[in-house]
Design a protein. Structure first.
Length: 188
């Protein structure tokens, strides 16, 4: 089924009661995460193509405290997020400035398919990796052996979501969604 990002947000909000497992395919822009000095890839529209499996509708502090309890460590409070707040269902982090929704996910598994130019050409991974800093644990989890990998994904970067026994393909316009759904014989 083809959906716009706005339709996708509404489908997720209406379908999820508590937590749900999802698979997400996305193209994550790299300009904001790469180091800039001496980087020939900056400004070229490079994306990292990934498939992620994980949980939505989870509560970060509860997940972290489950790990802390298993490891015999003190309960902890999560610090406020620097740029956004969770919605009431714990599904989307809403950017405080723009109001844009970001799918909030506790990531369990990631498959990186590579780095690609806007025209679909694969970029040599060794050449680009030197400009991408390693992620570190949050200060809330720094003393824990286990880790809750919490990520927020711009809905507009998501290409496909598999959840609730359905596959949702995200497109940019309502007209495109309607045309593709009709072509496949799907009614929304």
């Amino acid at each position: 089924m083809y959906l716009t990002s706005e339709q996708f947000v509404e489908v997720i909000r209406s379908q999820v009661k508590g937590t749900s497992m999802v698979t997400v395919e996305l193209d994550a822009p790299q300009d904001k995460v790469m180091r800039k000095t001496g980087n020939p890839f900056i400004g070229k529209g490079i994306v990292k193509r990934e498939t992620l499996n994980g949980t939505i509708g989870y509560i970060y502090s509860n997940a972290v405290n489950r790990i802390a309890e298993k490891e015999g460590k003190d309960e902890r409070d999560a610090k406020p997020h620097p740029w956004g707040d969770m919605d009431s269902q714990h599904l989307f982090r809403i950017n405080r400035k723009s109001g844009k929704p970001y799918l909030s996910m506790q990531v369990k598994n990631v498959t990186v398919h590579g780095f690609f130019t806007p025209d679909g050409m694969k970029v040599d991974e060794d050449s680009i990796r030197v400009f991408i800093p390693e992620r570190t644990k949050s200060s809330t989890q720094s003393d824990l052996e286990g880790e809750v990998i919490a990520r927020d994904y711009d809905v507009e970067n998501i290409k496909v979501v598999r959840a609730f026994g359905q596959e949702y393909k995200l497109v940019s316009t309502m007209a495109e969604a309607e045309r593709l759904n009709v072509t496949e014989g799907i009614t929304v």
